[in-house]
Structures are given as structure tokens and as C-alpha cells.
Design a protein around this ligand. Sequence first.
Ligand code: ADP
Ligand code: MG
Length: 229
Amino acid sequence: MLTVQDLHAYYGKSHVLHGVSFAVAPGEIVALLGRNGSGRSTTVKAIMGLVEGAGSVRWKGRELRGRKAFEIAQAGIGYVPENRDIFPTLTVQQNLLLGCKRKPGRWSFDDMYRLFPRLQERNHTEAGVLSGGEQQMLTLCRTLMGDPELIMVDEPTEGLAPKIVERVADYLRELKQRGLAVLLVEQKLTIALEVADRCLVMGHGQIVFDGTPAALRADAAIRKEWLEV
Ligand SMILES: Nc1ncnc2c1ncn2[C@@H]1O[C@H](COP(=O)(O)OP(=O)(O)O)[C@@H](O)[C@H]1O
Ligand SMILES: [Mg+2]
């Protein structure tokens, strides 16, 4: 469904991605792992057309490179960036409304409130006063309201308490049950091994491992060199 081939990315003169290639199949959860600075966020930004680059990003057979981020979102790719991307002076409900497509998608407001009861309690609260974790949930929900077929989520567990990290694992499974494909950017190996169908590991702007969670669990050398701190 998504095929990334020989992707390069640049911030000015700094060459950050060096030929990244991988694919995501429909309904698959793929974890994109690596240490800080390995190029994971740049990879999802490059897919969304948000950084300068070269290479090919094909989505259902069509080339996305050269398109604008909003066109890529409209084509069915949702992006939840690592900084919580909400409208702080609007309420939770208004934020969700802004995510909606004109025609109804597979997700309803009730789905969002069932996934995250906390958002329902805070429905009429200004989003800017929510906790970091709640803003993260809201960003995710707003993206879901746009009814993506693939959702790319950048470090959803960053800064969350362990109990809430378990909730993240639960909702990722629910997305998969509903037929979404997920590209999960993570640093935490445990959640990736728990929910992913396949794991990618990045180092220095390249993919250094592509395999099943079981294969990654068994590969102590890869984990030691590219993941453990
Ligand atoms: N806006 C930016 N300008 C210049 N360099 C950047 C920028 N964002 C990231 N980088 C650099 O690109 C490399 C990859 O970063 P990033 O994709 O954010 O890694 P990760 O998400 O895996 O932590 C790092 O060396 C980082 O310093
Ligand atoms: Mg990052």
C-alpha cells in the first residue's frame, strides 16, 4: 500500500536520510524504531512532503513525492506529529470537528469518546489546558476523524506514565482491528514488540533491520548496536 524507495532527505545542506526503503501493507502495524537522531521523524515528515528530499513514495501505486502535505492527507495518510498539534483556544469537541471530512468516515465522535473517556469528560474544555497525554490523544482522534487508511504516529508514548502506555498499545490494536495500517515511530522496544507485525530499525538515516518482532527479539547484536542506550 505504501512503498518508500531510496528516500533521501535534507535540512539545508545537511543530508539526513540516506536511501530509506520499506513498505507497509494494508492493515499492518509497522514499528519504526531507533535512537534519538536516527532519522525516524524525518522519514515520516518526508513521506508527508514536509522536508526536502529525493526518492520515491508510492501510495496505492501513485507517486506522492512532489505533492503537498494536505493532498497526501486527503489521499488517506494521517500524520500525528510528535509535538501535540492541537488548536489550544478551541474546545476538545471543536478540535475534533476540524478533523472531520465532509462525508462521514468509519469513526464517530462516540468512538473517540469510547477510546478515550477522558476526552468526553473534557469535551467543552479548551484544548490548551489539557495535559500533554490528553493533547496527544486529541491529536490522534482529530487525525482519525479524517478517516485515514494509514496513520503515522510519532512517539505516542513519549512522556506518558507506564499505565497510559498500555492504553496506547490498546488503541493501536483497535486501529488495526478497524483495518487501518499503522506506522508507529517509537523508541520503546517493549510496545513495538507487543503490537507490531513488523519492525524496522533505523540508524544514521538508514534502515539497518527489517523483520518480525520475534526476529528482532532474537537479534541481540542489532538491539545492542542500534537500540539500547
Ligand atoms: N529541523 C531540523 N534542522 C536540521 N537538522 C534536523 C532537523 N530535524 C532533525 N534534524 C537532524 O536530523 C537527524 C534525524 O533527526 P530525526 O529525524 O528527528 O530523528 P529521530 O526522530 O529518529 O529522533 C538528526 O541528526 C537531527 O539532528
Ligand atoms: Mg523523532
